[in-house]
Ligand binder design. Structure first.
Ligand code: FPP
Length: 244
């Protein structure tokens, strides 16, 4: 059973964004890669503000993949510090604006205090019903599926719904409608592989630090022009998207 909160959010679109291009944007300007990630945080603010008015109920942002630990230690620790300061600075304004924040991915490898700050932010914003903002940190879709399979092993009456709940961490999450990737790259990079089974894909050359409300609107406008059939022969309206 879905709560009223999640059914209100689930009536609107679920958009996932692979925020790519921070490093190249910065390097081309003679700036440090970290400066690119800082500019990326500004883009997150713009998109989170614009999303509810553009029909988005759930927004999942790929902030740090489990493979990103392979980056130089200074970049990793800079990214972790940015995540922490985003939570510290934004949480009150997210709560005021009805944004419910949750984080997906592993928390046991995060540096001191970050996991606690995430838990606090989730509690503070739990009642938000204007937008569900999900941030993927130390996230790997394959690991999420693997962990769910391990938990489900031996369950005789396993269904798609039950497995989906184990993979996504919550009951009744709407499948992803649209995946956007910036910076001209055209890959999924281990992002929401289960949830995006029928997602439309939108690739743009825009670098993430320059992404703005108009870019989101353009991606959604291209999405709304597509005919989604979910394997059938008839176009299906977004309000009637079949679940699992
Ligand atoms: C990909 O660009 C971007 C990342 C790996 C990090 C994304 C992080 C942020 C936007 C800021 C922190 C997030 C939050 C939620 C506060 P890249 O570095 O791979 O760019 P490149 O391909 O040009 O090198």
């Amino acid at each position: 059973m879905q709560s009223n909160l999640s059914s209100k959010l689930n009536a609107r679109l679920h958009v996932g964004i692979i925020m790519d291009g921070n490093g190249r944007w910065a390097t081309r300007r003679g700036l440090s890669r970290l400066r690119g990630h800082e500019a990326g945080v500004e883009a997150i603010r713009r998109v989170v503000e614009a999303a509810p008015d553009q029909g988005v109920g759930t927004l999942t942002l790929y902030a740090f993949s489990s493979d990103n630990w392979r980056r130089p230690p200074a970049e990793v620790s800079g990214l972790m510090a940015l995540l922490r300061s985003y939570l510290d600075k934004e949480i009150d304004s997210l709560a005021r604006n009805g944004v419910r924040l949750t984080v997906i991915g592993r928390r046991d490898r995060l540096p001191g205090g970050l996991a606690q700050a995430i838990g606090d932010a989730e509690t503070t914003t739990a009642a938000g019903d204007a937008l569900h903002l999900r941030i993927a940190i130390d996230y790997s879709a394959r690991d999420a599926i693997l962990n769910a399979a391990v938990k489900a092993a031996g369950t005789a009456d396993l269904t798609r719904e039950k497995l989906a709940q184990l993979i996504t961490g919550e009951a009744g999450l709407r499948d992803v409608d649209l995946v956007i990737r910036t910076s001209g790259e055209k890959r999924l990079s281990d992002f929401l592989l289960w949830e995006s089974a029928y997602a439309e894909l939108h690739f743009t050359d825009r670098m993430w630090p320059e992404f703005c409300a108009d870019d989101l609107a353009e991606a959604l406008s291209s999405f709304h022009r597509r005919e989604r059939r979910f394997g059938g022969l008839r176009a299906i309206a977004s309000a009637d998207v079949p679940s699992l």
